[in-house]
Structure formats: structure tokens, C-alpha cells
Design a protein around this ligand. Structure first.
Ligand SMILES: *Cc1c(COP(=O)(O)O)cnc(C)c1O
Length: 489
């Protein structure tokens, strides 16, 4: 921010009569148009627009735009949400006219390249997930979960097994899991985690019966722990007639290491906007493709892209057993294009490094901080880990204080107060794309904060001290957002 001046609302820098451009007097033709508009729709007074000169307007908006924190401006270790760097070549490819100017309904014969790219991504994801087929239609992880659960319902209904109305979800699961199950019309049964953060198999198995449609698991789970006993769980779930769903929102630790299909999962989704480095945040477009094992392909939604015997590509819009349409057309095509670019850039060899590097980075950060921060689950972790606040609880400094102080130091805060298993949860995911120097700078900031908790706790209680906005009332902001400038006065 350059100065106080441009931190103000644009209406506050407005001065009566000032302007940055002059609007021409309407021509006769425009006057004629105006006459054709009913009087009741015509504006009677001058619009209440801010009056500013052009440089002030440009500076105002340019300075506002720099208040955004993004992965292109700093380290963003948001556990579970995976904010990793989005390579610029992906952006260039996604915004090229060949991609951006395509019309969804143009004849397949004129879009063979795009359909081939789409088909390639379907095939790559099937290979990566160890699944028979993928649908790229869903727009987000939660949307993928819903689609996957609808596939599971269709499978049970097809067998005439209508009594399966429950989904078992671990207590550490991402909130979207129970939410998607509820939207799919299923009841949610929670299963416990053990002290090491993994699923309690005895508790899980005691809940399996012929009313269970599916068990949803995340692996590595939301505490960053690898569920070692999946094959055993898969056998029990299948023996009970249910299907095993894999939440692959964060598939990066698995890349180059293991495939959900090989472990016994039947249905899965992948968040391309976490795993394959496409942008996300602020509710922007994402993609949550859904994969299924052999035998379940026919239930996947349409449209999908198929390769024909002559080598050309076609869009299938209808098949008898398929779910109805779950997205407008083929999905978020430019997001899919970015993910394909990422996969092709890495190649099979690069892909083998993703999981190991994500795991190495997380363990490096965790082990560099666990003398000062409380690590409730013994390591090693996978791509992310959870601390339960500072070790020394006597200072009264909370996870929220730590998170706010990190903003002063130029870092985005980690995920806080999630998962709900610990009171002071602080969840860090460095991702595989950060340099050693960046990780060290973050470790240094976290250590300085721990030292401040001892020497100057009042600074931490007041933080952030250097951000454009300091202490919004978060509850008020969420429940009564002020979206019009007039409300602010
Ligand atoms: C992010 C996430 C989801 C939900 O993905 P959205 O794209 O935000 O809907 C589901 N499960 C896990 C484990 C996640 O991290």
C-alpha cells in the first residue's frame, strides 16, 4: 500500500465534480434509443458514482489488488487445502485461443484436438488412480463425492438392494464427506479414530451391516497419517456388501507411491485443483473427476469422450445405465487442460517424485518445529501434519494468535482448528513445490513466534500488526457481511 490515501474506500476519495474522462453528449441516434425506453425505466437523477481523477482511480484499484495474498506472492501452507504453485505454462495453454475460444456445442469434428486432450486426461487419471474409468464432469471435490455416492447408489439399486441407506465416515474426515452423503440422501454414521490418528478398525467393522452403502476413507487421512490396513478394511467392507470410497482430494502424497485402486477402493475422486496444480480458492472453478473400478463404469455420468475404432474422438451424451447429467457439459475444460499440462510436464518420471517430495517437505518442517509445538500424533507423517498449538500452554497463546502473527511475517496462516480432533489444531501442508529456503524461512518465523510467546505475549495477542486490515469481527463479517458502501457509513 502506497499511502493512507489509497487504502480508503473509493467513495471516500471522491470529490464533487472531479472526473477522469468526459462522456460525450449523446448523439441524435442515442437520443432516439433513449426515447424508445419506457419512461419508468429511465434514470431520473445522476448516478451515484465516485468522482475521482484517473490516476487516483488506477492507484486505488492497483493498490487494492496487491492486498490479495496468493501462492504467487508467498508461502501458503494450508493443510488439507493444498495451495501449491500453479506453473505458468498451464495458464498459457489454458488461455490460448484454441482452448479458450472453443464452444461446448461445436461439432466434434472441429474440436478433435480438445477431445483428444480430454480423453488423454481421462486415461491418465485412470492409470494414476488404478481405476477402470474416470468422468471429468464434476466441478469440485465435494461435487465429485456426490457423483461417486450417486454411482454407489445406482450400483446397489441395480442389484435391487434398496436397504443400503448409510455411509460410514471417520471422525477425522473432511466436512464435505458427511455433507455429500447427506445430499446424496444417505445417513451418516461416524467411526472413531485411534490415538495415532488412523481409523479404529474394530469400531468400523462393528458398524458394517446390510444397511451400509459405502465407507468413505481418506488416505493419507486428514491428520496426515497413512492408513496401513486398507486391504483388510476393503475385505470387511466388501464382505458386508458395501463399497469403499476414496477421497483423493489430496492425492499428491500417493503420486509415484501407491494407487487407491490397488488397495481395494471401488470409487474415488481427485481434486485437480489440489493434486494437479490448478488454481483454486475463493470458490473459483475447480474439478473433482470421479473414477470407478471395473464393473461400475456404466453408471458414470455423461457426457464422456470415447476413442472410436478409426482413431477419432466422439462425445457420448447418453447411455442407458448412466446417472443423469451432473454438470453443464464436459466439466471445467480449462481447469482440465491445466491438469493435463501439469501431468505431461512432469512426465512419468517427474510424477514419481511428487509423493516423496511432498512427504519429505512435511516431515522436515514438522521435525524442525516439534520441540516448540505439540505434535499429538507420532510421525513420520505424509504430506501434512497437525500440531496441537504450542507445547508450553502456560503463556495462554493460542493457535489463532500464532496464525495471525504469521501474517505479519509475510506467510499465509496454516489451516487452524481443523481437524476437530485437537483443541488447538494447526495443520501445515508445505507441498512438494517449495524450496528449502522457503521452508527454512517458515520454520524460522514459527520459532520466532514461539519465542515471542515467552518474551512478549502481548504482541501475539494484538497481531496482526502489519496487515491492511487488523481485527475484523469474524462472526459479524460472516453473518452480516457489508456488501454495499452505503452500509458502511
Ligand atoms: C478439499 C477437500 C475436499 C473438498 O474439495 P472441494 O473442491 O473444496 O469441494 C474433500 N476432501 C478433502 C480431504 C479435502 O481436502
Amino acid at each position: 500500500m502506497n499511502s493512507e490515501l489509497y487504502g480508503k474506500l473509493v467513495f471516500e476519495i471522491s470529490r464533487e465534480g472531479r472526473r477522469g474522462c468526459s462522456v460525450p453528449v449523446p448523439s441524435d441516434a442515442a437520443g432516439a434509443v433513449e426515447k424508445s425506453i419506457p419512461a419508468s425505466l429511465l434514470r431520473t437523477g445522476i448516478p451515484e458514482l465516485p468522482m475521482v481523477d484517473e490516476p487516483s482511480a488506477v492507484r486505488h484499484y492497483t493498490n487494492m489488488s496487491t492486498n490479495n495474498f496468493g501462492v504467487d506472492t508467498g508461502f501458503y501452507p494450508l493443510g488439507s487445502c493444498t495451495m501449491k504453485y500453479n506453473p505458468k505454462i498451464n495458464e498459457a495453454l489454458a488461455s490460448s485461443p484454441e482452448v479458450a475460444a472453443l464452444h461446448p456445442f461445436q461439432p466434434a469434428g472441429t474440436a478433435q484436438g480438445a477431445l483428444e486432450a480430454y480423453y488423454m486426461l481421462q486415461s491418465f487419471l485412470s492409470e494414476i488412480g488404478g481405476m477402470a474409468e474416470f468422468s471429468l464432469n464434476p466441478y469440485a471435490g465435494a461435487h465429485g463425492e456426490l457423483t461417486g455416492l450417486m454411482v454407489i447408489r445406482a450400483y446397489h439399486a441395480d442389484r435391487g438392494d434398496f436397504g443400503r441407506i448409510k455411509v460410514i465416515v471417520p471422525d477425522s474426515a473432511h466436512g464435505t464427506n458427511p455433507a455429500s452423503a447427506a445430499v446424496a440422501g444417505l445417513q451418516i454414521i461416524e467411526t472413531r479414530s485411534m490415538p495415532d490418528g488412523t481409523v479404529d478398525i474394530d469400531d468400523l467393522c462393528s458398524k458394517l451391516d446390510d444397511t451400509v452403502a459405502a465407507v468413505m476413507l481418506t488416505n493419507p487421512n486428514t491428520t496426515g497419517m497413512f492408513e496401513r490396513r486398507i486391504p483388510e478394511i476393503a475385505r470387511a467392507v466388501h464382505a458386508a456388501g458395501a463399497l469403499l470410497y476414496y477421497d483423493g482430494a489430496n492425492l499428491n502424497p500417493m503420486l509415484g507411491v501407491a494407487r487407491p485402486g490397488d488397495m481395494g477402493f471401488d470409487v474415488m475422486h481427485i481434486n485437480l485443483h489440489k493434486t494437479f496444480s490448478t488454481p483454486h480458492g475463493g470458490g473459483g472453478p475447480g474439478a473433482g473427476p470421479v473414477g470407478v473400478r471395473a464393473g461400475l463404469e456404466k453408471y458414470l455420468p455423461n457426457p464422456r469422450v470415447v476413442k472410436q475404432p478409426d482413431g477419432s474422438f466422439a462425445v457420448v451424451t447418453h447411455s442407458d445405465d448412466a446417472l443423469g447429467r451432473i454438470s453443464f457439459w464436459l466439466g471445467n475444460f480449462t481447469v482440465l487442460r491445466r491438469a493435463l499440462a501439469y501431468i505431461l510436464t512432469l512426465g512419468a518420471e517427474g510424477m514419481m517424485h511428487v509423493g516423496p517430495y511432498a512427504t519429505l517437505a512435511a516431515n522436515y518442517v514438522m521435525n524442525s518445529l516439534n520441540d516448540l509445538y505439540l505434535q499429538p500424533i507420532p510421525g513420520p507423517c505424509k504430506h501434512e501434519f497437525v500440531f496441537d498449538g504450542l507445547r508450553d500452554k502456560s503463556t495462554g497463546i493460542t493457535t489463532l494468535n500464532v496464525a495471525k502473527r504469521l501474517l505479519d511475517m509475510g506467510f499465509h496462516a496454516p489451516t487452524i482448528y481443523f481437524p476437530l480432533l485437537f483443541h488447538e489444531a494447526l495443520m501445515v501442508e508445505p507441498t512438494e513445490t517449495e524450496s528449502r529456503e522457503t521452508l527454512d524461512a517458515f520454520i524460522d518465523a514459527m520459532r520466532r513466534i514461539a519465542a515471542e510467546a515467552q518474551s512478549q505475549p502481548e504482541i501475539l495477542q494484538q497481531a496482526p500488526l502489519c496487515t491492511p486490515m487488523a481485527h475484523p469481527d469474524e462472526t459479524e463479517a460472516a453473518t452480516h457481511p457489508k456488501l454495499k458502501w452505503k452500509d458502511l457509513t
